[in-house]
Design a protein around this ligand. Structure first.
Ligand SMILES: [Zn+2]
Length: 235
């Protein structure tokens, strides 16, 4: 009798994990699984290191519109709004500059200045690098939004496609597409990187929009949505 009891106890001990495992699996309802998935989509930006580069600054105003609006001020305004949206979702955000200044120095060459910006992303082992610019062309009828990526960077095209799509949805300017370009900062980045040309400062109608706080917020929201879509895919 004692021996049979002992065998029974041994059997129960061996069977217990299997019984618990089966019970646990049955206990997970489909609804619970869906909730987990939704939560993970909501948290896609949590802990991601995102470097935002407000184009130009300090001694370099970038392009200047007919009304005197400087590209460097618009890029900083959009980047500052974007930072708030991303930090609200617990991303780790680094701006290459937070004020109107040169990142390297006033006397720096273009390459030194741009390398200083991309160094910030590379040293931080950023998950993505987003350089924000405003376009300009001699023909003042040129208009719309373009996002550039460097073909050699893994997932750069995916990031560019999501950012371009989301930007255009928000600011509703002509879609010039996402295109390959070996801009310095894209060429020297070591993570998925894009350079977004939000609108044309050389186009009077788009320059007027760039002066509106609502437009700046929409542009930031477009970039934010693009980043969210990107990380929803790549994790
Ligand atoms: Zn620029």
């Amino acid at each position: 009798m004692q021996r049979r009891t002992a065998i029974l106890i041994v059997l129960i001990i061996f069977m217990l994990p299997a019984i618990c495992f089966a019970a646990e699996n049955r206990a997970v309802p489909v609804q619970g699984a869906r909730q987990t998935e939704t939560t993970s989509v909501k948290n896609v930006l949590k802990g991601k290191t995102i470097v935002i580069d407000p184009g130009h600054g300090g001694s370099d105003p970038g392009a200047i519109g007919k009304s005197g609006l400087a590209e460097k001020d618009v890029t900083l305004a959009i980047s500052t709004e974007l930072r708030k949206l991303l930090e609200d979702k617990s991303a780790v955000v680094i701006l290459t500059r937070t004020t109107d200044r040169d990142v390297h120095s006033r006397q720096a060459s273009d390459a030194q200045e741009l390398q200083s910006r991309v160094n910030i992303a590379n040293k931080a082992s950023a998950d993505v690098f987003v350089s924000v610019h405003i376009d300009s062309f001699v023909d003042s009828t040129a208009k719309g939004t373009t996002t550039y990526f460097a073909p050699q960077l893994v997932r750069g095209e995916l990031l560019a496609s999501k950012i371009q799509q989301s930007l255009v949805e928000q600011i509703n300017l002509p879609d010039r597409g996402f295109r390959e370009n070996n801009f310095y900062v894209l060429k020297h980045a070591t993570m998925p990187a894009v350079l977004a040309e939000v609108a044309f400062i050389s186009n009077p109608s788009e320059e007027a929009k760039l002066q509106q706080p609502d437009f700046i917020k929409k542009a930031a929201y477009g970039l934010f949505t693009g980043l969210t879509r990107f990380f929803s895919i790549v994790g």
